[in-house]
Design a protein around this ligand. Structure first.
Ligand code: F6P
Length: 359
């Protein structure tokens, strides 16, 4: 008998169900139904801690390839609190190990982002057999060229920029579209280019308002009636980039705006006298059906994860590298972040067509 547990953890994204579908379908191809038990663990690590799981049948994975969200539910369980015994005296790591044992699992399949991978690596160190799949709209997981969810979010964000373009053109306004990504600017960079943004501000390239104003004036001189800025939620000014993490957190908390884009809008309005509007699509970017690219990528990741289970190659994340799916040891992935290199070829291409990065 082969027993496999599956959980989805952290912020959701498109392609989670497609990936679960891929893992399950590939496993059912490898084992007879009476030889395989799949346990769906509810709401990520929380379900593993609390023992909330259910046995799943082949039919549970039917019709979910194109469905957004996750049929298992998800939750955020901060890595830094995993070793902290909670107010109900629950030792979370111990509880996860006990539930793993209770289900008699051969392997735990974990779908998640950066924080999730740190905990997956911790569980691996505790002797559990783990295989992971990289999900996030941020595309910031080290070790893989691409995460699933990213392309779907880029499509949504691009559509927002397209829509904003028509209204910005009519009114001759400056618009800021704030996109997700606190630490990594991949989504804003790619959607910004695809959506024809004139200015792209990402966390990796600190901006000055003076530089953005210069870009807006240049467009005015060219007779352009409108401008579009794609701004990552983690965009940071050069001044703030000099602050410590603690100082920055305090400054952001004291900011009288709901998001950084409103501050940038105010500063630009004061400096240019132009009318500025802000649009924040927020969780729209994580919602709805996965695009076809993500369905395929999730399926490839799922099938590869199943093969790792069959071959007992535990302790790995499946990754996309140079177009191929390969295993990467969890110990190499955990704790690292894949941010946009300042001189990345996509940044270069954007600069070459005149996009301003505010630096
Ligand atoms: O990690 C994915 C992500 O969507 C980030 O881009 C964003 O900053 C964050 O999650 C939002 O988190 P939450 O859904 O918990 O508000």
């Amino acid at each position: 008998m082969k027993r496999v547990g599956m959980l989805t953890s952290g912020g959701d994204c498109q392609g989670l169900n497609a990936a679960l579908h891929g893992v399950a379908k590939a496993l059912f191809e490898c084992y007879d139904e009476e030889e395989l038990e799949i346990y769906g663990i509810q709401d990520g690590y929380r379900g593993l801690i609390n023992g909330e799981y259910r046995m799943m049948k082949r039919e549970d994975f039917s019709g979910i390839l194109c469905r957004g969200g996750t049929i298992l539910g998800t939750s955020r369980q901060p890595f830094k609190l995993m070793r902290v015994v909670d107010e109900n005296s629950v030792d979370k790591v111990q509880a996860m190990k006990e539930n793993y044992k209770k289900m008699k699992l051969d392997c735990l399949v974990i779908l998640g982002g950066n924080g999730t991978h740190k905990t997956a690596n911790l569980l691996c160190g505790e002797g559990l057999n783990v295989v992971t799949l990289p999900k996030t709209i941020d595309n910031d997981i080290w070790g893989t060229d691409m995460t699933f969810g990213f392309q779907s979010a880029v499509d949504i964000a691009t559509n927002v920029l397209d829509c904003i373009h028509t209204t910005a053109t009519s009114h001759g306004r400056v618009f800021i579209v704030e996109l997700m990504g606190h630490k990594a600017g991949w989504l804003t960079l790619h959607a910004g280019i695809a959506g024809g943004a004139d200015v792209i501000l990402i966390p990796e390239i600190p901006y000055t308002i003076a530089s953005v104003c210069k870009a807006l004036r240049k467009r005015n001189k060219m007779g352009k009636r409108f401008s579009i800025l794609a701004v990552a939620e983690g965009a940071i000014s050069k001044e703030d980039a000099g602050l410590t993490k603690k100082e920055l957190k305090a400054k952001r908390a004291a900011m009288p705006y709901p998001a950084i884009s409103y501050k940038i809008a105010k500063e630009l309005e004061e400096a240019t006298g132009q009318e500025i509007r802000v649009t924040v699509p927020g969780h729209f970017q994580r919602g709805g059906s996965p695009c076809s690219y993500d369905r395929t990528l999730s399926t490839r990741f799922g099938a590869a994860a199943a093969q790792l289970i069959v071959q007992k190659q535990y302790g790995n994340m499946v990754a996309l590298r140079n177009g191929e799916i390969v295993p990467v040891p969890l110990s190499e992935v955990a704790g690292k972040l894949k941010t946009v290199p300042k001189d990345h070829s996509v940044v270069q291409a954007a600069r070459e067509i005149g996009v301003c990065f505010g630096d």
